[in-house]
Ligand binder design. Structure first.
Ligand code: UD1
Ligand code: MN
Length: 452
């Protein structure tokens, strides 16, 4: 193959040189001819005067000079063209090598991005722009925008991206039935209806094996696609996992290791949502019993979660800018807004992530928490901890958990008894340069669904 290729190149460049020579020869002959004609040509005038003769010669010399300079220009431009051709050939060769490398990076499962949209045109534009900016390959990561709400300007905004993405539209725009008491939560019913329809399209109509779901008010990090590519095989091979999320609920800049922690990933019992991946198998399980409202809290209930965990990053790969939304910015100012979006590209697909498998992760994690040094909240807040040492604050009651979380700026709520980012009851965070665990006592019996 290489030899063949060289032969081809060598052959081509030698024919090129022969052509060059031929052209040069033709040029020289033409030039000699012109010189000969100019010098032997006698105009048929009757006895011209001497001054007229010298005038004629001068004219002819001018002509000759003109001709010579034209020819010299012609040959240098010819030479330039030939050199250009050669350069082009070299570059083409280089590019095709680069394409081969890129195809290797492109190898992997097709992971479609489902973007849930409604009626926020500026927001959807911002979300799409970032998704397109960082997308390494259109075929591996097709973007499907599903629009609810029938809002025309939003539809037109999405359509303006042409074939960079696909638009699907939720067809049922009828008023939705909502129990009287829940009138003000109607938005959650509409969202749940949209999710069910859109996910059914992804798996039944488009027949994908997995999906990454985002909403129209999320920014994504530069390594968003890389993160999901690398964690997909882990999600597939560990039945105790049921999702990968790009979101860290406690991902404020002051609570994560922004400087050195970008590549750290965790398991969590709390379903984070907000940029997350699931497999077709999970949809086959959840789809038929999908709820009419509050889909995310329903997913978090023990009947659905069935003790399964999600992967989540130390530094968030999504950030929400949706201050005005259905939940009316409940946590927006206090928490959501402050989540730090990862800025460095971590080549996750080149890292060994097998530590995330339960049988490897759990013993290491338990030992780490076990061996960490007990401290009080006051000591942590004092900022006088020894650098590099791992600490833990122990909680036994819901109230102590909440009070401690609040004092440190951590989320203090529970869903089905599970605190945000919790794994085996433990919250891992970073505080003033130390890794700290907010951990239950040794006799922990599992989550208590009555904690809320
Ligand atoms: C919150 C959650 C969101 C979850 C939703 C449902 C956060 C920050 N957000 O929504 O992840 O999906 O609760 O429990 O925790 N939408 C429709 N149809 C509508 C209205 C909205 O499809 O009629 C879409 C929006 O385009 C958006 C999504 O639903 O993609 C969420 O809507 P949003 O208004 O952002 O509500 P949140 O309060 O953020
Ligand atoms: Mn939102």
């Amino acid at each position: 193959m290489i030899v063949n290729f060289c032969l081809k190149i060598c052959y081509e460049s030698s024919t090129m040189r022969r052509k060059q020579l031929l052209l040069l020869k033709v040029g020289i002959v033409a030039w000699l001819l012109v010189v000969y004609i100019l010098f032997t040509y006698q105009p048929s005038t009757t006895s011209p005067s001497l001054s007229q003769k010298s005038h004629n010669i001068n004219q002819q010399l001018d002509k000759l000079e003109d001709e010579l300079s034209k020819q010299s220009k012609f040959y240098s431009s010819l030479l330039e063209k030939l050199r250009g051709l050669q350069r082009q050939q070299h570059e083409d060769q280089h590019i095709s090598n680069e394409e081969d490398d890129f195809r290797l990076i492109k190898d992997g499962p097709v992971l479609p991005i489902l973007l849930i949209a409604c009626n926020r045109e500026a927001a959807v534009r911002r979300s799409i722009d970032l998704l397109l900016k960082y997308r390494p390959d259109q075929e591996r990561f097709p973007i499907i925008v599903s629009q609810d709400c029938g809002h025309k300007p939003t539809r037109e905004t999405i359509e303006s991206y042409g074939d960079q993405l696909s638009l699907i539209q939720q067809p049922d725009l009828s008023d939705i039935e909502v129990p009287l008491k829940e009138r003000k939560f109607k938005g959650y019913f509409l969202i749940a209806r949209h999710y069910k329809w859109a996910l059914t399209q992804i798996f039944q109509k488009f027949n994908y094996e997995a999906v990454i779901i985002v909403e129209d008010d999320l920014d994504v990090a530069p390594d968003f696609y890389e993160y999901f590519s690398a964690t997909y095989p882990i999600l597939r091979s560990d039945p105790t996992l049921w999702c990968v999320s790009a979101w860290n609920d406690n991902g404020k800049a002051g609570l994560v290791d922004v400087r050195n922690g970008s590549s750290i990933l965790y398991r969590t019992d709390f379903f984070p949502g907000l940029g997350w991946m699931m497999t077709r198998e999970l949809w086959d399980e959840l789809g038929p019993k999908w709820p009419r409202s509050y889909w995310d809290d329903w997913v978090r209930a023990p009947e659905q979660r069935a003790n399964r965990a999600c992967i989540r990053p130390e530094v968030s790969r999504t950030r929400t800018f949706g201050k005005k939304g259905v939940s009316n910015g409940l946590f927006y100012e206090k928490h959501l807004k402050q989540i730090h979006l990862n800025e460095v590209f971590v080549p996750f697909t080149k890292l060994n992530l097998s530590y995330l498998h339960q049988e490897q992760y759990d013993p290491t994690f338990e030992k780490e928490v076990q061996n960490s040094q007990v401290v009080s909240l006051t000591e942590v807040k004092s900022g006088r901890l020894t650098q590099g040492v791992k600490y833990k604050i122990v909680y036994h009651t819901k109230d102590v958990f909440k009070r401690t979380a609040k004092a440190l700026g951590l989320m203090d709520d529970f869903k089905a008894g599970v605190p945000r980012t919790g794994y085996k009851g433990v919250i891992s965070f970073f505080y003033g340069n130390n890794r700290i665990f907010l951990a239950p006592g040794n006799n922990w019996q599992g989550y208590n669904p009555s904690w809320s």
